[in-house]
Design a protein around this ligand. Structure first.
Ligand SMILES: Nc1ncnc2c1ncn2[C@@H]1O[C@H](COP(=O)(O)OP(=O)(O)OP(=O)(O)O)[C@@H](O)[C@H]1O
Ligand SMILES: [Mg+2]
Length: 333
C-alpha cells in the first residue's frame, strides 16, 4: 500500500471514529435526557450504546452519506442521526419537492422524520396539528387589527411562509383534520400558486421551489377504525395529492435497537407479537419503549413495573389472552 493510500485510510478511520464519538454523546444524551451522563458510565446501557454504534460504523451505516437537494443545489451530506428504513426514499421525494404522506402506527417516528427531512435538506421546518376544529386562518393567515389606528393587517400562517419562502411544512395528524377545511389547500398542493383574498395588496401566493409538504397520518384517510377512533375520512381529492408519494412506516428495528434498553425491547417485541397473534386493538410504540428505557435507566424498573403501567387500561380478558399466549409459548419452549 502506498503511503498516500495509507494516509487516506487513516483519515477515513479517524473520520469514522469522530462520527462514532459524536453519535455516542448524542445517543447517551437522548437516552438520559436531563440526567448527568456520569450516572450511566458504569451501566450496561453505555456498553450497549457503544456496541450499537460500533456495529453501525463497521457496517457502513454511520455516517450515512446521502444525496440531497438543498436550497444551494444537489450535495452529498453526512448524517449522524438515527434514520428509519424509509429515510432514503423520503429524502429522495423531498429532494424532488413532492407532497409526501407518511402513514404508520402511533409513535413510530413520523413527526420526528418530517423534522429530520427538513434538517437533511437545510430547510426550515414548521407544522400544524390538524383537528376537526381547525380554522382556515390557521392555514392561510389572519387579518389582525395591528396596523395604525387599529387598521387590519394580514399576518401569514406558517403554511404561507413556507409556501412562499421555502421549507418543509408538516400537516401533522392530517387524518384528524376537518376534511372540508383542509381542502382549502388543494389548489396550493397541486399547483404552483393560489389566491388568498384577505391579503388585499398581494393576493397571489406563489410556490417557492424549495417548498415541501409532508402529511403524517395513522390511517390512510378512510375514516376512523377500531384503533384510531378520532380520525376523519379525508376527501379523495386531498388524498390524491399524496397518493403516489404515500410511504407506509412501521416501528423501526434500527431506531429501537439504538434507543431502547435491550430488556425493554425484548419485552416489547414479545408483547407486540402477542397483540398481533391475538388480533387485539392495542399498540406498543417506540415512544412507550423509550419512556420505559428512561424509567429503567433512572430508577431500575423491571418487566413487572412496565406491565403494571402498560396493562393498566387493558381489560382482564385482553390481559388473560396475552398471558395465555405467553404461557403456551413457555410450555412449547
Ligand atoms: N429517527 C429518530 N431518532 C431518534 N428518535 C426517534 C426517531 N424517530 C422516532 N424517535 C423517537 O420516537 C418518538 C416517537 O416519534 P414520533 O412522535 O415522531 O412518532 P409519530 O409516528 O409521529 O407518532 P404519532 O402517530 O403518535 O404522532 C419520538 O419522541 C422520538 O423520541
Ligand atoms: Mg406524530
Amino acid at each position: 500500500m502506498s503511503s498516500d493510500s495509507t494516509a487516506e485510510q487513516d483519515h477515513l478511520i479517524e473520520n469514522k471514529l469522530e462520527v462514532a464519538a459524536t453519535t455516542a454523546k448524542k445517543r447517551v444524551r437522548k437516552r438520559q435526557h436531563r440526567t448527568p451522563m456520569s450516572s450511566i458510565l458504569h451501566t450496561d446501557a453505555l456498553t450497549d450504546i457503544v456496541k450499537g454504534i460500533a456495529k453501525d460504523v463497521i457496517s457502513g451505516m454511520l455516517p450515512q452519506r446521502i444525496e440531497v437537494v438543498t436550497t444551494g443545489g444537489t450535495k452529498v451530506k453526512e448524517l449522524e442521526d438515527l434514520t428509519p428504513e424509509c429515510f432514503e426514499q423520503v429524502v429522495k421525494l423531498a429532494s424532488l419537492r413532492r407532497n409526501i404522506m407518511l402513514v404508520g402506527p402511533a409513535g413510530c417516528g413520523k413527526t420526528y422524520l418530517a423534522a429530520l427531512i427538513a434538517k437533511a435538506l437545510d430547510l426550515s421546518f414548521s407544522s400544524i396539528s390538524c383537528t376537526a376544529g381547525m380554522s382556515e386562518s390557521q392555514l392561510l393567515g389572519w387579518l389582525l387589527p395591528t396596523g395604525e389606528a387599529g387598521r387590519f393587517e394580514y399576518r401569514p400562517a406558517p403554511f404561507i411562509t413556507a409556501y412562499e419562502n421555502g421549507g418543509v411544512y408538516l400537516l401533522d395528524e392530517l387524518d384528524c383534520g376537518d376534511s372540508n377545511t383542509v381542502m382549502i389547500l388543494n389548489q396550493a398542493l397541486s399547483g404552483d400558486q393560489f389566491t388568498i383574498p384577505q391579503r388585499l395588496e398581494n393576493p397571489v401566493v406563489k410556490r417557492h421551489k424549495d417548498f415541501v409538504c409532508i402529511a403524517a397520518c395513522n390511517t390512510y384517510g378512510q375514516g376512523a377504525d377500531m384503533l384510531y377512533v378520532g380520525r376523519n375520512q379525508l376527501d379523495a381529492a386531498t388524498l390524491d395529492r399524496f397518493t403516489a408519494n404515500t410511504i407506509a412506516m412501521d416501528y423501526s428495528p434500527a431506531i429501537e435497537e439504538a434507543l431502547v434498553d435491550p430488556a425493554v425491547l425484548a419485552w416489547g417485541r414479545k408483547i407486540r407479537a402477542k397483540i398481533k397473534e391475538c388480533g387485539l386493538r392495542r399498540i406498543l410504540s417506540t415512544r412507550v419503549m423509550i419512556d420505559f428505557t428512561l424509567h429503567t435507566d433512572n430508577y431500575s424498573t423491571a418487566k413487572e413495573d412496565w406491565e403494571d403501567i402498560y396493562f393498566r387500561n387493558w381489560t382482564e380478558e385482553e390481559i388473560a389472552r396475552v398471558k395465555d399466549v405467553e404461557d403456551n409459548s413457555t410450555q412449547e419452549n
